[in-house]
Ligand binder design. Structure first.
Ligand SMILES: C[S@@+](CC[C@H](N)C(=O)[O-])C[C@H]1O[C@@H](n2cnc3c(N)ncnc32)[C@H](O)[C@@H]1O
Length: 471
C-alpha cells in the first residue's frame, strides 16, 4: 500500500470541509481551496502527502481511508457496482407456499471484495481492510487490553467528538479542552495515531474516516454501546476463559452475583448493567433486524411470538412496519417490563404484547402463526436449541413458521473474526454452553426439531443467517 505514496496537489489538502483546513502548515486562502476533489484523489491511486502527515483527509472524500494508497468511498461510488445482487442471498432448500416468499430475501448493494475483484477494481478502502505487519498484528493481540482502553478512554473523554467539532486541534489545545495535562494528552494521541483512529497533519490531530464512521455519537454505525458492554459486563469475566474451557461452564459469571446460572438471569439483580446490556443488544438487533425487514416479507404473518424477545426492539420495528400484525415478546419478567416501558404509541401498545416466563421451562403463548428465535440460538447447546425449536414447532399451527435468525460462523468453523471473538463470551459468561454456530447447525437443529420444510439463507449481512422452519 505504501508504495503508492505520492504528494497530492495542495488542492487536496485545503478545502474548507477538511478538518485540516485550519492546520497552520496549510495556506488558508490558497486558490486551490475551492477546487473540486482533485483528479488524483478521484483516480483512487493517490494519497499522502507531505512528510509530516501520517494520513490524509481529503476534500470530497469524507469516507476516505486514513491509510496511504487507499481509495475513498466517493471514488468507489463513482464506479463500484450499484446493482442489487439477489444471487448473493443463497437459498439452500426449495420453498413451499406458506408464509413469506423467498423472492423477498434479497441482498441489496453489497460490494464484497470478490465482486470488486471481478470488476477489475482495487478493493483498498472499499472493503475497508487494514494492513498490518505480522509483528503489529501480534502486538494488537498481546496488547489488546491497552488498545481497548485507548478506545474506551477516548470515548469517555470525548476525544473523537472534540477533534471533530473543532475541525482538528493540536495536543495542547486538546489537553486544555478536556481538562487534562499535556503529557497524558500526548500519550492518548500517540496511541490513537498508532491505532489509526486519529491522524496528524502538521501539529494538528483529526479523526480518521474509520473513527468518524464508528466512534462519533452522531454516526449511525457508532460502536459506543458495544464498547460500554464490553467494558462494564464482558471484560471482567473473560480472564476466566481458561477455567471455563477446563470446566466446560461459565466460570466468569462469578463476577456478577445474583440468582440463576446465566448472565441474563444475573442481570436482573443489576438493573444498571441490564440497561447497559440492552443498550448494546437493542442497538445491534436494530441494525441486524433492519436488513431482515428489507429481505423477508412478513405480510402473511398475523401473530408472532418473539421468544427471548429482549427489550422489544425487533417486535417494535416489525409492528411499526406491518400495521396488521401482533407480536408477543416472551422473556423474563424484568425484561418484559423494560420493553413495555419503551412503547408510548397507543397502537403499538395494543399490538406489541408481553408474556413473562422462562422460555426453556414454560410453554409458549397460544395463537401464534410465527415464532421468532432471534439471537437465542447462540446462547445454548445444540441439544437445548433443538429442544427449544421442538417446543416452538409444537406451538405452531400446520403451516406456521419458525424463523431462526442469528449471527453465524462459517460452515467450516474457521471464521468470521466476529464469530471467533464473540464465542468465548458465551462460554465464559453468558450461559457456559453457547457459541456462534454455523448456518448449517441452525438448519440441522430445525430438521431435528421436526420441521417438515427448512430453508436456509446466508450472506444476510452483519454475519447473519436465517433459517425458516415450516410446520
Ligand atoms: C441475546 S438476547 C436476544 C434478545 C432479542 N431476541 C434480540 O434479538 O435482540 C437473549 C434474550 O433471551 C432472554 N432469555 C434467556 N434465557 C431465558 C429464559 N430461560 N427465559 C426467558 N428469557 C430468557 C434474555 O432475557 C434476553 O433478553
Amino acid at each position: 500500500m505504501i508504495a503508492n505514496r505520492v504528494t497530492p496537489p495542495m488542492s487536496a489538502l485545503t478545502a474548507s470541509s477538511s478538518p485540516y483546513a485550519v492546520a497552520p502548515t496549510i495556506p488558508s486562502r490558497s486558490p486551490a481551496r475551492t477546487a473540486p476533489p482533485s483528479a488524483a484523489a478521484r483516480s483512487g491511486l493517490v494519497r499522502i502527502v507531505a512528510a509530516d502527515c501520517t494520513g490524509g483527509i481529503f476534500p470530497g472524500a469524507a469516507e476516505a481511508s486514513a491509510f496511504p494508497g487507499s481509495r475513498s468511498a466517493s471514488d468507489a461510488a463513482g464506479g463500484a457496482p450499484t446493482t442489487r445482487h439477489p444471487g448473493r442471498c443463497r437459498r439452500r432448500h426449495a420453498a413451499t407456499t406458506i408464509g413469506s416468499s423467498p423472492r423477498n430475501c434479497r441482498l441489496v448493494g453489497t460490494y464484497g471484495p470478490e465482486t470488486l475483484r471481478r470488476a477489475g477494481r482495487s478493493t483498498m478502502g472499499i472493503d475497508r481492510h487494514v494492513a498490518l505487519t505480522e509483528a503489529d498484528y501480534l502486538r494488537l493481540l498481546i496488547h489488546g487490553t491497552t488498545a481497548f482502553e485507548l478506545v474506551r478512554t477516548s470515548l469517555e473523554l470525548e476525544i473523537f467528538e472534540h477533534l471533530e467539532s473543532s475541525g482538528g486541534m493540536d495536543a495542547a489545545r486538546l489537553a486544555a479542552t478536556i481538562g487534562i495535562q499535556a503529557q497524558p494528552a500526548r500519550v492518548m494521541l500517540l496511541g490513537l495515531c498508532a491505532l489509526r483512529l486519529v491522524e496528524k497533519c502538521g501539529d494538528t490531530y483529526g479523526n480518521t474516516a474509520m473513527a468518524r464512521r464508528k466512534l462519533l455519537r452522531s454516526s449511525p454505525r457508532f460502536l459506543g454501546a458495544l464498547v460500554d458492554v464490553q467494558a462494564k459486563v464482558i471484560n471482567r469475566a473473560l480472564p476466566d476463559l481458561a477455567e471455563s474451557v477446563r470446566r466446560g461452564t461459565n466460570v466468569g459469571l462469578r463476577h456478577l452475583p445474583g440468582p440463576g446460572t446465566t448472565l441474563y438471569e444475573r442481570l436482573t439483580a443489576h438493573p444498571e448493567l441490564q440497561q447497559v446490556f440492552y443498550a448494546n443488544m437493542g442497538d445491534a438487533s436494530r441494525k441486524a433486524f433492519a436488513q431482515l425487514l428489507e429481505r423477508y416479507d412478513f405480510s402473511t404473518v398475523r401473530h408472532a411470538v418473539d421468544v427471548g424477545g429482549g427489550d422489544g426492539t425487533n417486535a417494535i420495528e416489525l409492528a411499526r412496519r406491518y400495521r396488521h400484525l401482533t407480536v408477543t415478546v416472551f422473556d423474563q419478567e424484568s425484561v418484559t417490563r423494560l420493553a413495555a416501558d419503551r412503547i408510548e404509541d397507543p397502537d403499538l401498545r395494543r399490538r406489541v404484547r408481553f408474556h413473562a416466563g422462562d422460555i426453556l421451562a414454560d410453554p409458549l403463548p397460544d395463537g401464534a402463526d410465527a415464532v421468532f428465535v432471534f439471537h437465542i440460538f447462540e446462547i445454548w447447546s445444540r441439544k437445548r436449541n433443538t429442544e427449544l425449536l421442538r417446543k416452538c414447532r409444537a406451538a405452531l399451527p400446520e403451516g406456521g413458521i419458525c424463523l431462526i435468525y442469528n449471527f453465524v460462523s462459517d460452515d467450516a468453523g474457521t471464521g468470521s473474526m466476529s464469530a471467533g471473538l464473540v464465542s468465548p463470551y458465551f462460554l465464559t459468561l453468558a450461559s457456559g454452553e453457547g457459541m456462534a454456530y454455523s448456518a448449517a447447525d441452525m438448519e440441522q437443529a430445525a430438521l431435528d426439531a421436526g420441521f417438515s420444510h427448512v430453508e436456509r439463507y446466508e450472506d444476510m449481512g452483519f454475519s447473519h443467517a436465517l433459517v425458516v422452519g415450516r410446520r
